[in-house]
Design a protein around this ligand. Structure first.
Ligand code: ASP
Length: 337
């Protein structure tokens, strides 16, 4: 008998199916309204990197190719002393480079403390694609790069050598706030490019590359080549990257934290703010002297950033504008030299 109970059951199934299809339609509409392709990067020098990435993204290319191509721009820039070739050396005079890359499938690769190879981001990509590993360090990374056809060359430029020798006079072992915005010549002692891109298919990838803290201890590795710290991508949710004093980012697994917060509904900016707040909570005194900045993008192409101190900037490039620079929000007004 077609009784009342069966009827109620049937109508509730129909109602949920209707609701389901309405929500799927809404999510399709949302995806269509998402802002991509788009690429964002840390600091003002992200503009040039974004423009290179945009050449790939605007033609429908893959976000992984875009972030690799983009990251190679500051790596090759002889005026940039915090990334790649011409990066300032450690306190013993060695230029040691760190980088990592992550794609939309959660694949990742990294190199740390690698000497003599100008494009660590491309070596990181090959670690991801050609080895069963995630991270190669020091001599092993260099050897792998050479086996893959990279040229070994001296990365310490005359200008970097002069700055290092100048530093040796006082050899003060201290990170300098917002050094990217300062003039080279001893003051410019850290900053990293972290890039996040969403391609026309809606797939997210990220890259992060640095020479790390200038005058660091030989063997010191910061957050930048550490997946989850300097960079993290989850294609369902979004991506995040960081710059600044890597030790504090590693302690809080910063970029992974930002992505997880976005998964739980935080906007990119609020997620970055909360990651900064965790650093402040653990080290309320130390944070007055150091800079850390986070940058994030979600699946819809919404982006945001937050830093401990004033001075952090990021660059945005999409179909509307290719050279936008945005000042990051921050907790402290302090700008130190
Ligand atoms: N995060 C980098 C490091 O700690 C440096 C920086 O971005 O300033 O090596």
């Amino acid at each position: 008998m077609y009784n009342r109970r069966k009827f109620i059951k049937l109508s509730s199934i129909t109602a949920s199916l209707t609701a389901l299809s309405a929500s799927s339609i809404a999510s399709v509409l949302k995806t269509e309204a998402a802002n991509h392709p788009i690429v964002i990067s840390t600091w003002d020098f992200g503009v040039a990197a974004n423009k290179e990435a945009w050449k790939i993204l605007s033609k429908g290319g893959r976000s992984l190719d875009a972030v690799e191509a983009g990251a190679k721009i500051p790596e090759a820039d002889l005026k940039n002393h915090s990334v790649g070739r011409a990066g300032y050396p450690d306190r013993d005079g060695h230029v040691t480079l760190d980088a990592c890359i992550m794609d939309e499938q959660g694949n990742c690769g990294a190199v740390a403390g690698m000497e003599d190879i100008a494009h660590p981001i491309s070596v990181a990509r090959l670690v991801m694609e050609k080895t069963p590993h995630v991270l190669l360090v020091g001599d092993g990374a260099r050897q792998f790069a050479i086996e893959q056809g990279f040229k070994a060359e001296k990365l310490l430029t005359p200008e970097s050598e002069i700055a290092w020798k100048k530093w040796l006079v006082k050899h003060e072992y201290k990170p300098i706030m917002n050094s990217e915005n300062q003039m080279p010549g001893g003051k410019y002692n850290h900053d990293t490019i972290g890039m996040l891109a969403i391609d026309a298919k809606g797939n997210i990838s990220g890259a992060c590359t640095t020479s790390g803290m200038a005058w660091k201890m030989h063997g010191r590795v910061g957050d930048s080549p550490i997946i989850g710290a300097g960079l993290y991508v989850d294609n369902e949710v979004g991506g995040a990257t960081s710059t600044g004093v890597g030790e504090e980012v590693i302690r809080n697994v910063g970029s992974f934290l930002v992505v997880e917060l976005m998964r739980h509904g935080y906007s990119p900016q609020d997620a970055c703010k909360e990651a900064c707040r965790r650093i402040i909570k653990k080290k309320p005194d130390t944070v007055k002297e150091i800079q850390v900045g986070f940058l994030a993008i979600n699946k819809k192409g919404e982006y945001g950033a937050y830093a401990l101190h004033k001075g952090f900037t990021f660059a945005v490039c999409d179909a509307k504008k290719q050279d936008l620079i945005i000042p990051g929000k921050y907790f402290y007004e302090t700008v130190k030299d």
